[in-house]
Design a binder for this molecule. Structure first.
Ligand code: ATP
Ligand code: MG
Length: 270
């Protein structure tokens, strides 16, 4: 049987953590993220909590994936390791083919600024800065000129559909719009990976759907790899793959709704 994305059987039977298809029907098997036997232990007094226990998984390049699991299962811990915010107690973390476990703090900070866009549940916008200024913040750490920064900020706010709200302050925006500004801030540096921790957790159903559609568009149009932690089962239909954690253990990876939509769209017409 030809190995290709036109066949759903392949996606069903193969290790989906190694095989994902894009909308052009190409198999994408380069890993954006690779964890090998990763354990993260937190020590508090005499107690030890194994937030992640021997987790090995791969997330393909250009994929939009969800990490799901009960509260306390290690989702945020996993995301923080991928984003280089936290260190594994043991094991290896590679992102974009770079071993980030081996980096010093200084190297990691520079790497993060270049490769990671962060989106949080509560947006984390600075209230005294308007939308333009919030999105410009990460660019102040770069060598870009004022004119270049302006061009990048305007492009990012346009990409999230808020070109007309640049001078609005967070308090003048709805929750969904605040999250759009936060997403613009995450993509303004053109990162390799966007990591989002429950980006729809504080939104009503309609705004949540708009944010998921926006993330899908960023993934499809700008080929951003997106790793999203979510509790919301409605998110499953937007993503290529759902990775499940339980009590710090990686349980499985299964195709999400976007994977089946892409495969259906690619079926040859009878
Ligand atoms: N800094 C810390 N110190 C001690 N224990 C921690 C720390 N951070 C997380 N933990 C513990 O690690 C485990 C996993 O936490 P984590 O925040 O990754 O879970 P989660 O899946 O994101 O949960 P939620 O859905 O509630 O956000 C939990 O038992 C938590 O108490
Ligand atoms: Mg969490």
């Amino acid at each position: 049987m030809r190995i290709g994305c036109r066949s759903r059987a392949v996606v069903k039977t193969a290790d989906v953590s190694k095989l994902t298809c894009n909308l052009d029907g190409e198999i994408m098997n380069n890993s954006a993220v690779e964890l090998e036997h990763v354990t993260r232990t937190y020590k508090r007094d005499a107690f030890e909590v194994k937030a992640l226990d021997d987790v090995s998984l791969k997330i393909p390049d250009h994929a939009f994936v969800a990490i799901m699991g009960p509260s306390g299962s290690g989702k945020t811990t996993l995301l923080n390791l991928i984003a280089g915010i936290d260190h594994a107690t043991s094991g290896k973390v590679a992102v974009g083919n770079e071993q980030i476990t081996a980096m010093t703090e200084r190297e990691l900070a520079a790497w993060r600024a270049r490769h990671i866009g962060l989106v949080f549940q509560f947006y984390n916008l600075i209230p005294v800065l308007n939308a333009f200024e919030n999105v410009e913040l990460p660019l102040l750490l770069t060598n870009l000129s004022k004119a270049e920064r302006k061009a990048h900020v305007e492009a990012a706010l346009k990409a999230v559909g808020l070109a007309d709200r640049m001078d609005h302050y967070p308090r003048q925006l709805s929750g969904g719009q605040e999250q759009r500004v936060a997403i613009a801030r995450a993509i303004v540096t053109d990162p390799t990976i966007v990591v989002a921790d429950e980006p729809t957790g504080d939104l009503d159903a309609k705004s949540a759907e708009e944010i998921l559609n926006l993330l899908t568009e960023l993934n499809r149009r700008f080929h951003k790899t997106i790793v999203m932690v979510t509790h919301d089962p409605r998110s499953e239909r937007f993503v290529d793959t759902v990775y499940r954690l339980d009590k710090g253990v990686f349980v499985d990876a299964a195709p999400g709704g976007a994977a089946s939509k892409a495969a259906t769209a690619l079926q040859p017409q009878a």
